[in-house]
Design a protein around this ligand. Structure first.
Ligand SMILES: Cc1cc2nc3c(=O)[nH]c(=O)nc-3n(C[C@H](O)[C@H](O)[C@H](O)COP(=O)(O)OP(=O)(O)OC[C@H]3O[C@@H](n4cnc5c(N)ncnc54)[C@H](O)[C@@H]3O)c2cc1C
Length: 257
């Protein structure tokens, strides 16, 4: 459980971090909260030669209102989101999802940006980000670009964030009504065997396929989806869960309207 040797840099600014990424290319990995990268390094599934620690960049950790929406910095922790009074009032889906992640230690260190870029098929945030129709801001050598949540998740552990780029912020609408998150969790870790987030009738589903997705409707939640089966749940059981949790989430969301 000891990582392969690596060099370590702690840039003071986003530009410095982008410069280090450009310099070290495929040899480098960004470190945010470390709760996905460090276990992967200890198991030697990831062996970066250079770890670029962006975890303490102050400009990427914020929750603020912006043009009728919320802008959330990529380094905002799960706990920041869980405990935000403003979000509880005006975008309660995010605190609800955050509170369901792992345990206190994971929520204190793990970041929403790290989770989204890591794109674990069982992660909770992707379902909510899809249901909220969020926009993702990505910085790179050519400047900043915006990607819709529906185009962000590409495949298992793959997103629209390219080499040399950093996810900087997530923008979500202020949506206090008709939202809910229902999850059937893996008991040891809390990861979603199936998680369903609903917002304004949109249904985001995680845990079921290689990447999180938007279901076309409540009665077609696994249509066209290659449902995963593994040691935690068969494909048949996951498909069943997707239907049940969607119904529960929609019922709870309708009571909140
Ligand atoms: C015991 C345990 C239980 C957990 N339970 C859950 C759970 O129930 N639900 C859940 O959803 N998750 C769970 N997690 C995962 C947790 O939420 C992680 O915090 C999260 O997946 C990664 O966030 P991080 O900030 O720790 O990222 P890191 O581990 O630092 O980074 C993850 C990956 O993203 C890249 N990266 C990080 N930030 C950026 C950025 N801004 N731009 C570009 N690339 C970036 C890194 O290079 C790395 O490849 C659990 C983890 C553990 C250890």
């Amino acid at each position: 459980m000891i990582p392969a040797p690596f060099d370590y840099a702690r840039p003071a600014t986003l530009d410095e971090a982008l410069g280090l990424l450009a310099k070290h290319g495929d040899d480098a990995k960004l470190l945010a909260g470390g709760h996905s990268l460090l276990p992967a390094m200890k198991l030697r599934l990831a062996q970066p030669k250079m770890v670029i620690d962006i975890g303490r960049l102050p400009d990427l950790r914020f929750i603020r209102r912006e043009d009728g929406r919320f802008a959330i910095g990529a380094l905002t922790t799960h706990y920041d989101l869980e405990s935000s009074a403003e979000l509880k009032e005006s975008c309660p889906l995010l605190p609800e999802v955050a509170a369901s992640i792992g345990d206190v230690q994971v929520r204190n260190r793990g970041t929403i940006g790290g989770s989204l870029v890591h794109a674990d098929p069982a992660a909770d945030w992707p379902a909510a980000i899809l249901a909220l129709d969020a926009e993702m801001e990505i910085a790179g050598p050519q400047g900043r670009r915006t990607v819709k949540a529906a185009d962000f998740f590409v495949d298992i552990l793959q997103t629209a964030v390219g080499p040399g780029e950093i996810l900087t912020a997530i923008r979500v609408p202020q949506t206090s009504a008709r939202v809910a998150y229902e999850k059937f969790a893996q008991k040891a870790s809390g990861f979603a065997i199936c998680g369903v987030a609903v917002a304004e009738g949109r249904i985001g589903i995680t845990g079921v396929a290689a990447k999180a997705y938007l279901a076309p409707s409540a009665d077609r939640v696994v249509e066209g989806v290659d449902v995963m089966g593994d040691i935690h749940a068969s494909a048949e059981f996951r498909a069943h869960l997707a239907g049940v949790l969607t119904r529960r989430a929609l019922e709870r969301a309708s009571k909140r309207a």
